[in-house]
Design a protein around this ligand. Structure first.
Ligand SMILES: [Zn+2]
Length: 278
Protein backbone atom coordinates (compact mmCIF):
# COMPACT_ATOMS: atom_id res chain seq x y z
CA UNK A 1 0.00 0.00 0.00
CA UNK A 2 2.75 2.44 0.91
CA UNK A 3 4.66 1.70 -2.30
CA UNK A 4 1.58 2.39 -4.37
CA UNK A 5 0.28 5.28 -2.27
CA UNK A 6 3.20 6.75 -0.31
CA UNK A 7 1.87 8.48 2.84
CA UNK A 8 4.16 11.44 2.09
CA UNK A 9 1.94 12.20 -0.94
CA UNK A 10 -1.02 12.97 1.38
CA UNK A 11 -2.11 16.54 2.15
CA UNK A 12 -0.65 18.05 5.32
CA UNK A 13 -4.01 17.93 7.15
CA UNK A 14 -4.67 14.32 6.20
CA UNK A 15 -4.03 11.20 8.32
CA UNK A 16 -3.21 8.10 6.28
CA UNK A 17 -1.45 4.73 6.61
CA UNK A 18 -1.82 2.00 9.22
CA UNK A 19 -4.45 2.95 11.81
CA UNK A 20 -4.44 -0.24 13.85
CA UNK A 21 -3.22 -3.84 13.55
CA UNK A 22 0.06 -5.68 14.05
CA UNK A 23 2.40 -5.01 11.10
CA UNK A 24 3.72 -8.60 11.30
CA UNK A 25 0.29 -10.29 11.33
CA UNK A 26 -0.45 -12.37 8.22
CA UNK A 27 -3.12 -11.06 5.84
CA UNK A 28 -5.11 -13.47 3.67
CA UNK A 29 -8.26 -11.54 2.89
CA UNK A 30 -8.87 -7.78 2.53
CA UNK A 31 -12.07 -5.74 2.44
CA UNK A 32 -11.91 -2.50 0.43
CA UNK A 33 -14.32 0.24 1.57
CA UNK A 34 -14.82 3.97 1.17
CA UNK A 35 -15.86 4.41 4.82
CA UNK A 36 -14.92 2.39 7.91
CA UNK A 37 -18.32 2.58 9.65
CA UNK A 38 -20.28 0.05 11.76
CA UNK A 39 -21.99 -1.31 8.63
CA UNK A 40 -18.75 -2.03 6.76
CA UNK A 41 -17.10 -3.38 9.94
CA UNK A 42 -20.02 -5.84 10.14
CA UNK A 43 -19.27 -6.82 6.53
CA UNK A 44 -15.61 -7.36 7.45
CA UNK A 45 -16.58 -9.58 10.40
CA UNK A 46 -18.99 -11.63 8.30
CA UNK A 47 -16.41 -12.09 5.54
CA UNK A 48 -13.61 -13.03 7.96
CA UNK A 49 -11.10 -10.51 6.60
CA UNK A 50 -7.76 -9.73 8.25
CA UNK A 51 -7.53 -6.17 6.94
CA UNK A 52 -9.80 -3.31 5.93
CA UNK A 53 -8.41 -0.77 3.49
CA UNK A 54 -10.51 2.39 3.71
CA UNK A 55 -10.42 5.61 1.70
CA UNK A 56 -11.61 7.98 4.44
CA UNK A 57 -9.60 8.28 7.69
CA UNK A 58 -11.37 6.83 10.73
CA UNK A 59 -9.49 9.19 13.07
CA UNK A 60 -8.80 12.44 11.23
CA UNK A 61 -8.81 14.79 14.21
CA UNK A 62 -7.12 14.38 17.57
CA UNK A 63 -8.81 12.00 19.99
CA UNK A 64 -8.33 11.66 23.73
CA UNK A 65 -10.33 8.44 24.11
CA UNK A 66 -11.22 5.33 22.13
CA UNK A 67 -13.62 4.12 24.82
CA UNK A 68 -16.10 1.63 23.34
CA UNK A 69 -18.90 3.88 24.55
CA UNK A 70 -18.04 6.27 21.70
CA UNK A 71 -18.98 5.77 18.03
CA UNK A 72 -15.41 5.49 16.76
CA UNK A 73 -14.10 3.81 19.91
CA UNK A 74 -16.62 1.01 19.38
CA UNK A 75 -15.22 0.50 15.87
CA UNK A 76 -11.62 0.48 17.16
CA UNK A 77 -12.54 -2.10 19.81
CA UNK A 78 -14.40 -4.35 17.38
CA UNK A 79 -11.48 -4.33 14.96
CA UNK A 80 -8.76 -5.02 17.54
CA UNK A 81 -10.79 -7.70 19.33
CA UNK A 82 -11.38 -9.49 16.04
CA UNK A 83 -7.80 -9.15 14.78
CA UNK A 84 -8.78 -6.95 11.85
CA UNK A 85 -6.24 -4.32 10.83
CA UNK A 86 -7.16 -0.97 9.28
CA UNK A 87 -5.17 0.94 6.67
CA UNK A 88 -6.19 4.27 5.14
CA UNK A 89 -5.23 5.66 1.72
CA UNK A 90 -6.96 9.01 1.27
CA UNK A 91 -5.44 12.08 -0.43
CA UNK A 92 -2.33 10.01 -1.22
CA UNK A 93 -4.63 7.78 -3.31
CA UNK A 94 -6.38 10.84 -4.79
CA UNK A 95 -3.10 12.26 -6.08
CA UNK A 96 -1.64 8.92 -7.27
CA UNK A 97 -1.58 7.89 -10.93
CA UNK A 98 -3.61 5.82 -11.35
CA UNK A 99 -5.65 7.18 -8.48
CA UNK A 100 -9.20 7.69 -7.28
CA UNK A 101 -10.24 10.07 -10.07
CA UNK A 102 -8.81 7.82 -12.83
CA UNK A 103 -11.35 5.18 -11.84
CA UNK A 104 -14.11 7.80 -11.84
CA UNK A 105 -13.03 9.11 -15.26
CA UNK A 106 -12.93 5.54 -16.62
CA UNK A 107 -16.56 4.99 -15.61
CA UNK A 108 -17.55 8.00 -17.71
CA UNK A 109 -15.44 6.76 -20.63
CA UNK A 110 -13.05 9.73 -20.59
CA UNK A 111 -9.75 9.44 -22.49
CA UNK A 112 -6.53 11.48 -22.82
CA UNK A 113 -6.53 12.06 -19.06
CA UNK A 114 -4.44 14.72 -17.36
CA UNK A 115 -4.46 15.97 -13.76
CA UNK A 116 -6.98 18.67 -12.85
CA UNK A 117 -4.66 20.14 -10.22
CA UNK A 118 -1.05 18.87 -10.37
CA UNK A 119 0.90 18.95 -7.09
CA UNK A 120 2.96 22.10 -6.47
CA UNK A 121 6.43 21.81 -8.01
CA UNK A 122 8.85 20.38 -5.47
CA UNK A 123 6.12 18.78 -3.37
CA UNK A 124 6.63 15.06 -2.60
CA UNK A 125 3.76 14.01 -4.90
CA UNK A 126 4.94 16.04 -7.92
CA UNK A 127 5.50 14.18 -11.20
CA UNK A 128 4.34 11.39 -13.56
CA UNK A 129 0.76 12.45 -14.27
CA UNK A 130 -0.09 12.75 -10.59
CA UNK A 131 -2.50 15.29 -9.15
CA UNK A 132 -6.00 15.80 -7.78
CA UNK A 133 -8.85 15.17 -10.24
CA UNK A 134 -8.61 14.37 -13.93
CA UNK A 135 -9.56 16.14 -17.17
CA UNK A 136 -10.42 14.10 -20.25
CA UNK A 137 -12.53 13.85 -23.39
CA UNK A 138 -15.80 12.03 -23.93
CA UNK A 139 -15.75 9.54 -26.84
CA UNK A 140 -18.44 11.75 -28.46
CA UNK A 141 -19.70 15.17 -27.43
CA UNK A 142 -23.13 15.11 -25.81
CA UNK A 143 -25.52 17.59 -24.22
CA UNK A 144 -25.35 18.30 -20.50
CA UNK A 145 -28.77 16.62 -20.18
CA UNK A 146 -27.44 13.46 -21.84
CA UNK A 147 -24.23 13.52 -19.79
CA UNK A 148 -26.26 13.76 -16.57
CA UNK A 149 -28.26 10.66 -17.52
CA UNK A 150 -25.04 8.91 -18.63
CA UNK A 151 -23.28 9.71 -15.35
CA UNK A 152 -26.21 8.45 -13.28
CA UNK A 153 -26.21 5.22 -15.32
CA UNK A 154 -22.48 4.45 -15.08
CA UNK A 155 -21.83 5.50 -11.47
CA UNK A 156 -22.75 3.21 -8.55
CA UNK A 157 -26.43 3.62 -7.69
CA UNK A 158 -27.37 5.91 -4.79
CA UNK A 159 -30.53 7.61 -3.57
CA UNK A 160 -28.93 10.94 -4.51
CA UNK A 161 -28.26 10.05 -8.15
CA UNK A 162 -26.73 12.93 -10.12
CA UNK A 163 -27.96 16.54 -10.36
CA UNK A 164 -26.56 19.08 -12.76
CA UNK A 165 -26.31 22.86 -13.07
CA UNK A 166 -26.20 24.76 -16.35
CA UNK A 167 -27.94 24.86 -19.74
CA UNK A 168 -29.28 21.31 -20.38
CA UNK A 169 -28.56 21.75 -24.11
CA UNK A 170 -24.93 22.81 -23.62
CA UNK A 171 -22.61 20.55 -25.66
CA UNK A 172 -19.98 18.80 -23.53
CA UNK A 173 -16.76 17.37 -25.01
CA UNK A 174 -14.16 17.89 -22.26
CA UNK A 175 -15.03 16.82 -18.71
CA UNK A 176 -13.18 17.43 -15.44
CA UNK A 177 -13.81 15.01 -12.56
CA UNK A 178 -12.74 14.93 -8.93
CA UNK A 179 -13.77 12.15 -6.56
CA UNK A 180 -15.21 13.43 -3.27
CA UNK A 181 -15.85 17.03 -2.27
CA UNK A 182 -14.68 19.15 -5.22
CA UNK A 183 -15.79 22.66 -4.25
CA UNK A 184 -12.21 23.89 -4.06
CA UNK A 185 -11.37 22.80 -7.64
CA UNK A 186 -14.01 24.88 -9.45
CA UNK A 187 -11.42 27.37 -10.70
CA UNK A 188 -9.13 24.55 -11.82
CA UNK A 189 -11.97 23.12 -13.92
CA UNK A 190 -12.47 26.52 -15.56
CA UNK A 191 -8.73 26.94 -16.16
CA UNK A 192 -8.54 23.43 -17.67
CA UNK A 193 -11.07 24.45 -20.35
CA UNK A 194 -13.56 21.78 -19.26
CA UNK A 195 -17.14 22.01 -20.54
CA UNK A 196 -18.40 20.23 -17.43
CA UNK A 197 -17.08 19.33 -13.98
CA UNK A 198 -18.35 16.26 -12.13
CA UNK A 199 -17.68 16.03 -8.40
CA UNK A 200 -19.61 15.78 -5.10
CA UNK A 201 -20.78 17.96 -2.20
CA UNK A 202 -21.22 21.15 -4.23
CA UNK A 203 -22.84 24.09 -2.48
CA UNK A 204 -25.32 26.80 -3.46
CA UNK A 205 -23.12 29.93 -3.42
CA UNK A 206 -19.86 28.57 -4.86
CA UNK A 207 -21.78 26.69 -7.58
CA UNK A 208 -23.99 29.66 -8.47
CA UNK A 209 -21.11 32.13 -8.59
CA UNK A 210 -18.98 29.72 -10.64
CA UNK A 211 -21.74 29.38 -13.26
CA UNK A 212 -22.44 33.11 -13.29
CA UNK A 213 -18.75 33.66 -14.10
CA UNK A 214 -19.11 31.45 -17.19
CA UNK A 215 -17.50 28.34 -15.73
CA UNK A 216 -18.09 24.72 -16.81
CA UNK A 217 -21.48 23.13 -16.20
CA UNK A 218 -21.58 21.20 -12.92
CA UNK A 219 -22.59 17.65 -12.11
CA UNK A 220 -23.03 16.84 -8.43
CA UNK A 221 -22.97 13.11 -7.67
CA UNK A 222 -23.11 11.31 -4.32
CA UNK A 223 -19.73 11.46 -2.54
CA UNK A 224 -19.59 7.66 -2.09
CA UNK A 225 -20.47 7.05 -5.74
CA UNK A 226 -17.52 9.14 -6.97
CA UNK A 227 -15.00 7.18 -4.88
CA UNK A 228 -16.46 3.65 -4.98
CA UNK A 229 -15.13 3.02 -8.56
CA UNK A 230 -11.54 3.25 -7.23
CA UNK A 231 -12.10 0.26 -4.92
CA UNK A 232 -12.05 -2.09 -7.94
CA UNK A 233 -8.67 -0.72 -8.98
CA UNK A 234 -7.37 -0.97 -5.40
CA UNK A 235 -8.60 -4.56 -5.07
CA UNK A 236 -7.00 -5.69 -8.34
CA UNK A 237 -3.69 -4.06 -7.34
CA UNK A 238 -3.72 -5.94 -4.02
CA UNK A 239 -4.74 -9.21 -5.72
CA UNK A 240 -2.15 -9.01 -8.46
CA UNK A 241 0.54 -7.22 -6.46
CA UNK A 242 0.66 -9.21 -3.22
CA UNK A 243 -1.64 -12.15 -3.92
CA UNK A 244 -4.23 -11.58 -1.20
CA UNK A 245 -7.91 -12.35 -1.57
CA UNK A 246 -9.95 -9.15 -1.93
CA UNK A 247 -13.57 -8.18 -1.42
CA UNK A 248 -14.99 -4.84 -2.55
CA UNK A 249 -17.78 -3.41 -0.44
CA UNK A 250 -20.80 -2.27 -2.42
CA UNK A 251 -22.53 -1.09 0.70
CA UNK A 252 -23.62 2.49 -0.03
CA UNK A 253 -22.24 4.53 2.89
CA UNK A 254 -23.54 7.84 1.57
CA UNK A 255 -25.52 9.43 4.43
CA UNK A 256 -28.40 10.37 2.09
CA UNK A 257 -30.89 7.52 1.84
CA UNK A 258 -33.97 9.14 0.32
CA UNK A 259 -34.64 11.36 -2.67
CA UNK A 260 -37.91 12.78 -3.95
CA UNK A 261 -38.14 14.87 -7.09
CA UNK A 262 -40.30 18.00 -6.79
CA UNK A 263 -43.54 18.34 -8.74
CA UNK A 264 -42.90 19.76 -12.19
CA UNK A 265 -43.84 23.45 -12.52
CA UNK A 266 -47.50 23.90 -13.50
CA UNK A 267 -48.63 20.61 -11.96
CA UNK A 268 -51.38 20.54 -9.37
CA UNK A 269 -50.85 22.54 -6.20
CA UNK A 270 -49.22 20.26 -3.66
CA UNK A 271 -51.29 21.80 -0.88
CA UNK A 272 -54.54 20.67 -2.52
CA UNK A 273 -55.22 17.06 -1.63
CA UNK A 274 -56.41 14.94 -4.53
CA UNK A 275 -59.86 13.50 -4.24
CA UNK A 276 -59.62 9.87 -3.41
CA UNK A 277 -61.08 7.45 -5.89
CA UNK A 278 -63.62 5.06 -4.63
ZN1 LIG B 1 -14.09 11.30 -0.01
Amino acid sequence: MERRYPPVWAEQWDRVGLVLGEPQAPVHRVLCVVDCVPETVAEALAAGVDLIVAHHPLLLRGVSSVAPTTYKGRIVHQLIKNDIALHVAHTNADVASPGVSDALAARLGLTDLRPLRPPAPGSPAAGEGRGIGRVGRLPQPMTLAALTVHAAAVLPATAWGVRAAGDPGRMIATVAVSGGAGDSYLEDATAAGADAFLTADLRHHPAGEHLAAGGPALLDAAHWATERPWLDDLASQLRDGVGVETIVSDLDTDPWTLHAGSRPAGSADASTPKESRS
